[in-house]
Design a protein around this ligand. Structure first.
Ligand SMILES: [Fe+2]
Length: 218
């Protein structure tokens, strides 16, 4: 690890929050930036989402899309939960209108589980428990697109804490069309993906990087 780190505060997350509340300087999550491996060209990072509701909303990351690589395939990403549990809300927008979501999934991941963000999907990570959620991630070197999430006030669903411990799920009215949420969990990572080349050359692995291949319905 290079040791470079930064924290995102409630104030910095305010463009994507369900509602506004106090505690503007409170840290919501911390990112530790790793270095790029010279051979694989893959970078390792760690993110810890701290417990503590954001108003009524479960703590979460800002959310972003990945760019496409030089031959037009969206970069995927690989996560592994190191501590606690993480819900990954992944959404695939229509290219002609980013306010229309064609596919939306909630990936529920326990400690030790690996999660692929497939090409073409944006994602938000949510901490559903009242303790730290820590995760590792591997990806090619690229700049995230945060603006689409910012312009639409977050992902197409918000997760609000409810009294009976389960989250209430609210649609984000800034979107024009959103399908019903489908809950899934990761299958075991394919051996063919273990060398991580799929992160920099996803075009060689497209048949493996589908939702059907990577996940099963809960
Ligand atoms: Fe990402």
């Amino acid at each position: 690890m290079s040791g470079k780190s930064y924290e995102k505060t409630v104030k910095e997350l305010s463009p994507v929050l369900y509602e506004h509340f106090g505690e503007q300087e409170r840290a919501v999550y911390r990112v530790l930036r790793g270095e790029v491996d010279k051979n694989s060209k893959v970078r390792y990072d760690e993110t810890t989402i701290f417990p503590g509701l954001l108003g009524r909303e479960l703590p979460k990351t800002f959310g972003h899309y990945h760019p496409k690589n030089s031959i037009g395939v969206g970069f995927p990403e690989l996560y592994k939960v190191l501590e606690g549990r993480v819900w990954y809300l992944i959404q695939k927008p229509r290219e002609s209108n980013l306010k229309i979501i064609d596919e939306i999934y909630l990936i529920e991941a326990n400690c030790g589980e690996e999660v692929i963000i497939p090409p073409g999907f944006g994602h938000v990570s949510i901490n559903p428990e009242n303790k730290n959620a820590k995760m590792a991630n591997w990806g090619a070197e690229f700049e995230n697109d945060y603006n689409t999430y910012k312009n639409l006030r977050g992902a197409c669903y918000y997760f609000l804490k409810s009294k009976n411990e389960l989250a209430n799920i609210e649609k984000n009215s800034y979107y024009e069309a959103v399908p019903e949420l489908v809950k899934i969990r990761s299958k075991k990572l394919s051996k063919k993906l273990k060398n991580l080349e799929f992160l920099t050359k996803p075009e060689k692995y497209l048949n493996l990087l589908t939702v059907e291949n990577c996940f099963e319905r809960i």
